[in-house]
Ligand binder design. Structure first.
Ligand code: GAF
Length: 377
């Protein structure tokens, strides 16, 4: 990273920061409903080499993008002005400035192993790596959750994606060997031990290669539907609806909103159940919760796709303990919890099923919970 930075900018960086992608174990589309989620950070991560500038310019270069250096000015950053990948790092600098922090320019060189469009939160990893770099370079002394919320603000207010805070909180606050139990309304998180290998299991990620895009309007429509349902029920958020009140609520709602509400309410309950199993060391009990969560996203929220369903069905038919799509939906990745000895056969079965269906070959890789964002050099 340091040599690449010097080749691009003519001097060495002051440091290098890293922020991981994530997969969510359970708790999907609950974050913007003030609810619960349970993500882990994955070993794939985004690196940012950075050096302050005195003239207020913000220069961005990515090893993945084949374009030239993007040359901006901190004082002139406005939402909508950057429409490429540069909107994510520039958005973080904009969000820090908008929040009143005394920051200046920087040269940034970015490199990442988080696949873009795979539902693994490549944008959150990029935002958090930049936020952590700026925090150190400009002595801001912000906490990891505060940097996550700055990153979310960048995505909402600058890149124009109305996401919740789960991905950024996962990238900023996760720790190795644990899942992050998020309570979005309370602004609270706790680490829950999650070590599949220690119990002879493996968590496999299957990237379906169906590119998902949160900016295409479908995500915003789902969020708006949930918020409309909460308003009609007189609730601050769907988080406030107890499972026991679901039937009564359904009678008060237009039919098309009922499945959305049912998903959010049952999904929050699944997070709570999953956390109590993990705390008691009952990892295998997570399996059916994952599979139920997938059915809810497929049938109620209707955001799965044929490829994700094929992974889940094939994995379950070949001995998986549980499987579900993870992330925003409409493609992206599936997670599979399996006994370690069965992973290879299961993976081969998924690849063969994709071949028979005429889909492009999926990417399969095991993950263990990794560390959150931090300075590495
Ligand atoms: C995407 C969003 F960015 C998150 O905030 C979350 O809503 C997720 O979809 C669904 O759980 O990753």
């Amino acid at each position: 990273m340091k040599e690449a930075f010097r080749r691009i900018y003519g001097a060495y960086p002051e440091g290098v920061w890293a922020a991981p992608g994530r997969v969510n174990l359970i708790g999907e589309h609950t974050d913007y409903n003030d609810g619960f989620a349970l993500p882990i950070a994955i070993p794939q991560r985004t690196l940012v080499a950075a050096r302050r500038r005195q003239d207020g310019r913000l220069r961005l270069h990515s090893a993945q993008g084949d374009g030239p250096v993007i040359d901006l000015h901190v004082a002139r950053l406005t939402p909508g002005a950057v429409t490429t990948w540069g909107a994510y790092p520039a958005g973080v600098v904009w969000a820090l400035r908008e929040a009143g922090h005394r920051i200046g320019g920087a040269d940034l060189h970015i490199d990442s192993t988080v696949a873009a469009g795979a539902g693994l939160s490549s944008s959150a990893a990029l935002e958090c790596a930049v936020a952590f770099a700026y925090n150190d370079l400009y002595g801001l002394d912000l906490s990891a959750p505060a940097l996550a919320l700055i990153s979310q603000r960048a995505e909402n207010g600058f890149a124009g994606v109305p996401c919740g805070a789960m991905d950024q909180l996962a990238s900023a606050c996760c720790t190795a060997g644990a899942a992050l139990h998020l309570d979005i309304r309370a602004g609270a998180h706790e680490q829950v031990p999650f070590a599949p290998e220690a119990q002879g299991m493996s968590l496999l990620v299957v990237d379906t290669r169906v590119k998902h895009d949160l900016g295409d309007g479908a995500y915003a429509a789902l969020r708006a539907g949930c918020e409309r349902a909460a308003r009609r029920l007189g609730l601050a958020a769907l988080r406030d609806l107890a499972p026991a009140d679901l039937n009564r609520a359904a009678r008060a709602l237009p039919a098309h909103l009922v499945p959305l509400v049912r998903h959010v309410v049952t999904e929050n309950a699944r997070v709570t159940e999953a956390v109590s199993h993990l705390r008691a060391g009952r990892l295998a009990a997570l399996g059916p919760i994952l599979t139920d969560g997938h059915a809810s996203l497929r049938d109620d929220f209707r955001i799965s796709c044929a490829e994700s369903d094929l992974v889940v069905d094939t994995a379950l038919a070949h001995g998986a303990l549980g499987a579900r799509m993870t992330g925003g939906g409409f493609g992206g990745s599936v997670i599979v919890l399996a006994r370690e000895g069965g992973v290879e056969v299961l993976g081969e079965a998924v690849t063969a099923a994709f071949r028979s269906a005429g889909y492009q070959a999926p990417h399969l890789f095991p993950v263990s919970p990794a560390a959150g964002a931090r300075r590495i050099v």
